[in-house]
Write a protein that binds this ligand. Structure first.
Ligand code: XMP
Length: 319
């Protein structure tokens, strides 16, 4: 694309001038915005950029491996991967309130990131994948003292505590422009057009207390749902789709035995702004196939439901 091509070139020049010989750190989440920011900045300053990816134990199946593939192996970026999953699980122990879980996950991310930043004393800049709608949203929040129903924080709190200068090369772009730029920079289409994934990850898709056992089951079920959506060409027809883990056991039969296992719900929505959303009318055959596969392949789950609630009054996530 011609426009994004020249945007990339101009941006690269600007970043080079701005940063000079300084080092830059960036918190990579695997999401579109931070990925595109990383690719753009890497194009401009190469090894002066270090990306930090925090494995909080609440990622999707193979997500960490995919990030390592794409950024370290394919793009040759300096990437620090921190396995903090035990630490997150430990701090989440016994916590059931959704907002409390969000706060813990957000705080721990900042702590872990700061510890890594401290190991890079030459870093003068903090890069972020802030895009135009984020700029607008936080301006509105500052003036209106917005009453947020959920605290949607990913990396909030980082700039203040790190004493670094902010580098935000996507500040003027809308989401679809960020995606185009990502393609232009050679990121895989699968990554660039991926559904949004909340900062707290599976932490808000495991209802109530987060446990490693639940996260492992949820990860497998979710991967099956996404794989079947892609196979049926439904992935791009929905705005977001995922599985929710319900900490409830139900009775089932398997072979000639009785099972007493966990329940999950599938969620798939269509929306343009995520403020309101309709549940997706997925074909019954597809739902049936996903259900069969999850129950047969994920030992520990014996019942699959489909969420037919719109937003409002339900939210997209269950927490
Ligand atoms: P809800 O559940 O509020 O979700 O209808 C609307 C959109 O926001 C995402 N979401 C989050 N994103 N941190 C995030 O980064 C969060 O805590 C969070 N909670 C919800 C959700 O996935 C959906 O796209």
């Amino acid at each position: 694309d011609w426009i994004m091509g020249s945007f990339a070139e101009e941006s690269v020049q600007k970043i080079k001038e701005q940063v000079g010989k300084d080092e830059v750190i960036l918190g990579l989440s695997g999401g579109v915005d931070s990925s595109v920011a990383a690719a753009l900045i890497h194009k401009a300053i190469g090894d002066q950029l270090t990306c930090v990816f925090v494995d909080n134990g609440l990622l999707r199946l193979h997500e960490r491996k995919q990030v390592e593939e794409t950024f370290r192996k394919n793009m040759g970026m300096k990437l620090v991967v921190v396995d903090a999953s035990e630490r997150f699980m430990h701090e989440l122990k016994g916590v059931t309130d959704p907002e409390a879980k969000r706060k813990i996950i957000g705080r721990l991310f900042v702590e872990v990131f700061q510890e890594e930043a401290a190991k890079l004393p030459n870093a003068k800049w903090l890069a972020q994948g802030t895009i135009y709608p984020d700029v607008i949203e936080s301006a509105a929040a500052n003036t209106k003292k917005a009453k947020t129903i959920k605290s949607h924080h990913n990396v909030g709190g980082l700039p203040e505590t790190l004493h670094l200068k902010l580098l935000e090369p996507l500040r003027e772009l809308f989401k679809d422009e960020v995606r185009e730029l990502g393609c232009e920079l050679g990121l895989p289409a699968e990554m660039v057009y991926r559904h949004p994934f909340p900062g707290p990850g599976l932490g808000v898709r495991i209802l109530g207390e987060v446990k490693k056992e639940y996260a492992n089951l949820l990860r497998q079920a979710d991967a099956i749902f996404i794989e079947e959506l892609r196979n049926a060409d439904w992935y791009d027809k929905v705005s977001q789709a995922f599985v929710v883990f319900l900490p409830v056991k139900s009775v089932g039969v398997m072979g000639d035995g009785r099972t007493y296992d966990w329940v999950v719900s599938l969620r798939a929505v269509q929306t343009s702004d995520f403020m309101t959303a309709k549940w997706a009318h997925l074909p019954y055959e597809l739902l049936g196939k996903v259900s069969n596969r999850i129950i047969n392949e994920v030992k520990g789950i014996n019942r699959v439901c489909y969420d037919v609630s719109g937003k409002p009054p339900a939210t997209i996530e269950w927490e």
